[in-house]
Design a protein around this ligand. Structure first.
Ligand SMILES: *[C@@H]1O[C@H](CO)[C@@H](O)[C@H](O)[C@H]1NC(C)=O
Ligand SMILES: *[C@@H]1O[C@H](CO)[C@@H](O)[C@H](O)[C@H]1NC(C)=O
Ligand SMILES: *[C@@H]1O[C@H](CO)[C@@H](O)[C@H](O)[C@H]1NC(C)=O
Ligand SMILES: *[C@@H]1O[C@H](CO)[C@@H](O)[C@H](O)[C@H]1NC(C)=O
Ligand SMILES: *[C@@H]1O[C@H](CO)[C@@H](O)[C@H](O)[C@H]1NC(C)=O
Ligand SMILES: *[C@@H]1O[C@H](CO)[C@@H](O)[C@H](O)[C@H]1NC(C)=O
Ligand SMILES: [Zn+2]
Length: 811
């Protein structure tokens, strides 16, 4: 990340006025210049004219006019003002109330798509509905019961139901969303239908390493039903591993131990009376194998048009049934495990994280439960191929082949969704309304801006993925950046992830927006931000842009931090009432996020030089190579007691990255020592080549940034009209720099894709194979190290090195 950012507005205000040229002369010049230039140069010319406005009142870097002919009506400074002044909390609240007033699960609410399109058009932005025919499931029926075989006096025995799970969330009087007659049942997207019965095994978070520990301890998994806590890794991967190990079903529950201090146990009241988790709340969600490929599982890599050929789905979604339950429903099952098998704290330290031992009488035994204590899990899903609807809005810019895209999904697992995703939808609407206001005042954007309201994100990023797959050639040619907002507001703590090219834009935009928290007067969003920018993983709609199309992306939102009210993720209680009472009273953070999002978009779309920092990318790559080296060193070193002790202190990201690794920890250090560690040592030497390649990239990257800064300076200078060749040259140079920036991220795509998951084409960023949400850097290398496959690791060094060299050459 760059520390050299300047708050946008401050920078803009210091611009000095310059002398004016007579308009008649200007017009004549326009005619002559435009008529005499070759078509091939048209864009460069348009751009140069555009940037080099002769009007005295503007700094040319932030003002322009339609090809040089007259004053730019709304310059960059004014645009930013409009984007800051237009959004209101009242509007955001209104949009939130609309979206959360009825169910809008993927493919079921055309009227919300239509409403969104109409609203955008009302705001002055042309919009269309784009549909795809996708494979989805809807819930039909389910059951989860704890059964015990009881001996009768006459020595016969019979199964008795000792607990029948409710599988529903309580109706809460204060929260009208919880009582809607058409509210959506609790279920998993892409879960398999089935009716299975078996003993239960507690599998902790269900990470790859949790299962490895169970295997090592000889806990029988085959034909058993797993009960796993939610958290850390993508839920579909928990089901995937259970399935691979022969388990017949999976029950996922939310453990309040993971809610930190905001629990009933620690004296907090539960929702709606307090900030703690409502015990009947259930996290719905997709069980697609997200880290292998998102999108419609029947059309990997190509759009789900009605006539598209369809592939089998076996490797993309589970074949064993799974069901999400509340903590309330989980308690009897966890208690039935008491006294059976080892206890979690007999296992390693990774099993006692956030455990709250003895909470409500649960001892966290692993099981399995004895043969006479089983659960019956019945899940019936209706699978259909059905249309879903993206809404796509467009503001055409002057430069047709430099496009900025901003997106948010609209679909939710529940009727509410006030946080996920419709806080983002409300924020998007406010931002779009603001851009509409700018257009109304006469603003003409430099780059084209596209807005996407995606459908079907929740099932597997479907709407965005199918759209990217359909428009890939155009995106490849024209898309400069993608900005994602999913759950835009569910608390007050800014959370960001971004491709390194874009890091500095987050700094700039947040520094120009006042925080709703004015405890210290004048503090900005930037002041209260932890300044952490995560690497791009998955779990939202940026995935297809970043990992498949090689478009640098941002993901941003206000999350709930430690100590804040528990957010009921994918539950009926992610409702308007919760948002109004706990998440964002007064919708002030909604307004703030609309301002931040607007400024990010404006900075990318409306400055003559694309706001990228290539040197930041080179620096980040160097860091990532170092991370891989550290990982290799850890693999080569004997496990030390200190790393084990420290595990209780490590943060969530590190914990789940470690637990999502496939490294065989039972082979204390590298297996059959001599042979393989020799190749590991060789590999270590090979890896150094990447440092060299990054160093080679860093030089032209820094030069490009320098060139961009020089051009920005030159654009501020006044070039008299009769020096039109100089203007043309400058325009051409700006064009050249912008083109280099635009294609830089693309250089890291590898057509064959990652090992075993060819859809993922980016060699630097991908979701961790067994984490799903969290980003892995250099996944090809990391996975090879985990597998101790040094031949493949060498192959990945070659692949990455060639991308780095190619990127350096292109710069
Ligand atoms: C679609 O959403 C709107 C607004 O949230 C809601 O009023 C309507 O009932 C929903 N329609 C369906 C078919 O669920
Ligand atoms: C934008 O430009 C394209 C291509 O020139 C055109 O087809 C489209 O109608 C324009 N859209 C708007 C909203 O003006
Ligand atoms: C599930 O299977 C059991 C037998 O294994 C049967 O008794 C029960 O009726 C089945 N449940 C449903 C809903 O079909
Ligand atoms: C697991 O079983 C194997 C073979 O049956 C045995 O060698 C090993 O000691 C057992 N491990 C544990 C932790 O019980
Ligand atoms: C508000 O700002 C103050 C001062 O910077 C800070 O200490 C406090 O944690 C902030 N509160 C919230 C809810 O962000
Ligand atoms: C881990 O390594 C041990 C010893 O080499 C081997 O027996 C075991 O099968 C391996 N486990 C996995 C999951 O690869
Ligand atoms: Zn979401």
């Amino acid at each position: 990340m760059s520390s050299e950012y300047t708050p946008l507005l401050t920078k803009v205000r210091v611009a000095q006025p310059r002398p004016r040229y007579p308009h008649a002369v200007l017009r004549r010049f326009c005619t002559v210049a435009l008529a005499s230039v070759l078509i091939w140069f048209f864009i460069a010319v348009a751009a140069s004219m555009t940037f080099l406005d002769d009007d005295p009142h503007d700094d040319p870097s932030d003002g322009w006019s339609w090809p040089g002919c007259g004053k730019r009506k709304v310059d960059y400074d004014q645009l930013q003002r409009i984007l800051l002044d237009t959004p209101t909390s009242k509007h955001a609240e209104e949009w939130s109330r609309y979206y959360t007033s009825g169910p809008h699960i993927a493919g079921k609410n055309y009227s919300q798509a239509l409403w969104t399109k109409n609203k955008w058009e009302e705001f002055g932005i042309k919009a269309d509905i784009v549909s795809y025919d996708v494979y989805l499931n809807y819930p039909v029926d389910h059951r989860l019961a704890l059964l015990e075989k009881k001996k009768h006096d006459d020595d016969t025995s019979a199964w008795k139901v000792s607990y029948e799970a409710s599988l529903t969330e309580d109706v809460i009087e204060d929260d009208p969303t919880s009582s809607l007659p058409d509210r959506i049942p609790t279920f998993h997207g892409y879960s398999a239908s089935g009716n299975v019965t078996g003993s239960v095994v507690y599998v902790n978070y269900g990470t790859y390493q949790d299962f490895a520990d169970l295997v090592k301890a000889n806990v029988t998994l085959k034909d058993k039903v797993a009960i796993a806590r939610y958290g850390g890794i993508f839920r579909g991967l928990k089901v995937k591993r259970a399935q691979e190990l022969g388990m017949v079903g999976v029950v996922l529950y939310t453990d309040p131990g993971d809610d930190g201090d905001v629990t009933e146990e620690k004296g907090e009241k539960v929702y709606p009376d307090g900030p703690a988790r409502q015990p009947s709340s259930v996290q719905r969600g997709s069980t697609q194998f997200l880290s292998f490929a998102p999108g419609d599982p029947t059309t990997p890599g190509y759009p789900s048009k009605p006539d598209a050929p369809r592939q089998p789905v076996d490797t993309a979604i589970p074949s064993i049934p799974s069901i999400p339950i509340s903590y309330k429903d989980a308690l009897p099952i966890l208690k039935a495990l008491n006294g059976h098998g080892p206890k979690a704290d007999d296992f390693n330290q990774y099993w006692t994280r956030n455990m709250g031992l003895g909470y409500k009488g649960v001892h966290y035994n692993i099981g399995p439960t004895p043969d006479h204590v089983v659960v019956n899990l019945y899940n019936k899903q209706d699978y259909v191929t059905t249309p879903l609807w993206n809404v796509i809005g467009v503001i055409n810019g002057t430069i047709p082949d430099e496009v900025i895209i901003v997106g948010n999904h609209r679909d939710a697992w529940i009727a509410g969704g006030a946080g996920d995703p419709n806080s983002g939808s409300a924020v998007m609407n406010e931002m779009i309304r603001s851009f509409g206001e700018a257009l109304r005042q006469g603003w003409k954007p430099l780059r084209t801006i596209v807005f996407g309201s995606w459908d079907g994100e929740e099932y597997g990023l479907i709407g965005s993925t199918e759209w990217v797959e359909e428009y890939l050639p155009w995106l490849n040619h024209a898309n400069v950046a993608y900005i994602n907002i999913d759950a835009g507001v569910r608390g007050t703590e800014l959370r960001t992830a971004a491709a390194p090219l874009l890091d500095h834009i987050i700094h700039a935009a947040t520094a120009a927006v006042p925080s709703p928290n004015q405890t210290i007067p004048g503090q900005t969003v930037h002041d209260l931000w932890d300044k952490r920018i995560k690497t791009m993983g998955s779990g939202s709609d940026f995935t297809a842009f970043q990992d498949f199309a090689g478009v640098p992306s941002i993901d941003i939102g206000f999350n709930s931090g430690p100590g804040a009210a528990v957010y009921h993720y994918h539950s009926n209680y992610d409702s308007f009432h919760w948002m109004e009472k706990y998440g964002d009273p007064g919708f002030v953070y909604h307004r703030t996020m609309a301002q931040v999002l607007g400024l990010i978009t404006a900075q990318l779309a409306d400055l003559p030089i694309i706001s990228f920092r290539a040197a930041d990318y080179a620096r980040a790559l160097d860091r990532y190579v170092k991370q891989v080296e550290d990982k290799l060193d850890a693999a080569l070193a004997p496990p030390s007691a200190s790393t084990i002790e420290a595990s209780s202190l490590i943060d969530d990201d590190t914990y789940f990255e470690l637990r999502g690794s496939t490294r065989n920890t039972s082979t204390a250090t590298l297996s059959s020592a001599s042979a393989s560690s020799a190749s590991a040592e060789t590999f270590k030497t090979t890896l150094r080549r990447l440092h060299h390649a990054v160093d080679k990239l860093a030089v032209p990257a820094a030069q490009l940034d320098k060139r961009a800064d020089e051009l920005a300076e030159e654009l501020k200078r006044d070039i008299p009209w009769w020096k039109w060749p100089a203007k043309l040259r400058l325009g051409w140079q700006v064009r050249k720099v912008n083109t280099k920036y635009k294609f830089m991220e693309r250089a890291f795509l590898f057509e064959e894709g990652l090992d075993g998951r060819p859809w993922f084409k980016h060699v630097v960023f991908a979701p961790g194979l067994w984490t799903g949400y969290a980003g892995a850097v250099f996944p090809g290398l990391v996975e090879s190290i985990d597998d101790e496959d040094w031949v493949n690791a060498e192959r990945w060094v070659d692949i990455i090195e060639s991308r780095l060299k190619n990127a350096a050459r292109r710069l």
